[in-house]
Write a protein that binds this ligand. Structure first.
Ligand SMILES: C[S@@+](CC[C@H](N)C(=O)[O-])C[C@H]1O[C@@H](n2cnc3c(N)ncnc32)[C@H](O)[C@@H]1O
Length: 224
C-alpha cells in the first residue's frame, strides 16, 4: 500500500502525507485539533507551516516544501522552507505548525522557531502540535507496519520530547500553554471505514495516553 511520496531536501524529509479526509477517525481527530488551535488564535493573519494536505480553516496562507501538497488545499500556498521563510518581518499574527519539526534535523529546529518569531508581529502567537516519542508510539506504529497499514518509515530524526518542543518555543517566545493530547487509536485512525469514526468518543476518553504535544507561544510585545 502506498500513500505517500517523499524525499530528503536539504536534510528535511518532505512528502505528500495521507489524505486525512479518506480516514474518518483521523478526520474527526484533525477537526478536534482545529477547534483547539482556533481557541488560541488571535485575530488577524495566520500562516500554517508544512500543512501537508490539511490546512487549518483559519489559515490565510500556507507554506510547504513539497510542491504537490498545495493542490486541492483551496488556500493560497507558497512553496518554501520553514527554516528560511519567504515573508517579510512582522507580517503575521499567528503561525501554526503541526507534526513537522521532527522532519528536520535537530540542529535546524531552532531556525524554524526563530523564523516564526521574525515574521510575527509583537504579541503574535506560534501554535505547535508535535508527536511524542515513547513505547506506546513504537508499539502501535510497529503493529501498523506489521499489518501493512503504514509505508516505509521516514521518521529518520525521531520525535521530540515534550520538554524539547517546549524548550524550543521558550527560546523565542513566552509559553502561553502546554499540554498533551492523547492517543489517536493508531490502527483505527488509519482505517478507511466510516465505522472507525464511531471510535471518536473512545479517542476522547484516552487523552491520558500521550501522543501529541500541544504548545502555544507568544512573541513578546517589545524587544525591550
Ligand atoms: C507529517 S507531515 C504533517 C503535515 C500536516 N502538518 C499534518 O499535520 O497533517 C510533515 C510535513 O512537513 C513538510 N515539511 C518537512 N520539512 C519541511 C520544511 N523544512 N519546510 C516546509 N515543510 C516541510 C512535509 O513536506 C510534510 O508535508
Amino acid at each position: 500500500m502506498s500513500h505517500a511520496d517523499w524525499a530528503v531536501q536539504d536534510g528535511a524529509v518532505v512528502e505528500q502525507p495521507r489524505d486525512v479526509q479518506r480516514h474518518p477517525l483521523l478526520a474527526a481527530i484533525y477537526d478536534s485539533h482545529d477547534e483547539l488551535i482556533a481557541d488560541y488564535l488571535p485575530e488577524g493573519e495566520t500562516l500554517e507551516l508544512a500543512f501537508g494536505r490539511h490546512i487549518h480553516p483559519r489559515a490565510d496562507v500556507g507554506t510547504e516544501a513539497w510542491r504537490s501538497n498545495a493542490v486541492g488545499v483551496e488556500r493560497p500556498a507558497v512553496l518554501g522552507d520553514a527554516r528560511s521563510l519567504p515573508f517579510d518581518d512582522g507580517v503575521f499574527d499567528a503561525v501554526i505548525g503541526r507534526r513537522f519539526l521532527h522532519h528536520v534535523p535537530e540542529a535546524d529546529r531552532a531556525d524554524i522557531l526563530q523564523e516564526a518569531n521574525r515574521i510575527l508581529r509583537p504579541g503574535g502567537r506560534v501554535v505547535l502540535v508535535e508527536g511524542t516519542p515513547g513505547l506506546y508510539r513504537r508499539l502501535t506504529k510497529g503493529a501498523a507496519f506489521h499489518l501493512g497499514l503504514l509505508d516505509d518509515d521516514n521518521d529518520r530524526y525521531g520525535h521530540l520530547s515534550e520538554a524539547a518542543v517546549t524548550d524550543l518555543v521558550r527560546d523565542s517566545f513566552a509559553v502561553v500553554t502546554k499540554r498533551t493530547l492523547g492517543s489517536p487509536l493508531m490502527l483505527a485512525s488509519i482505517a478507511r471505514s466510516p465505522l472507525a469514526a464511531s471510535l471518536f468518543p473512545l479517542y476522547e476518553r484516552t487523552q491520558c495516553v500521550k501522543w501529541w504535544t500541544f504548545v502555544v507561544g507568544r512573541k513578546p510585545a517589545s524587544d525591550g
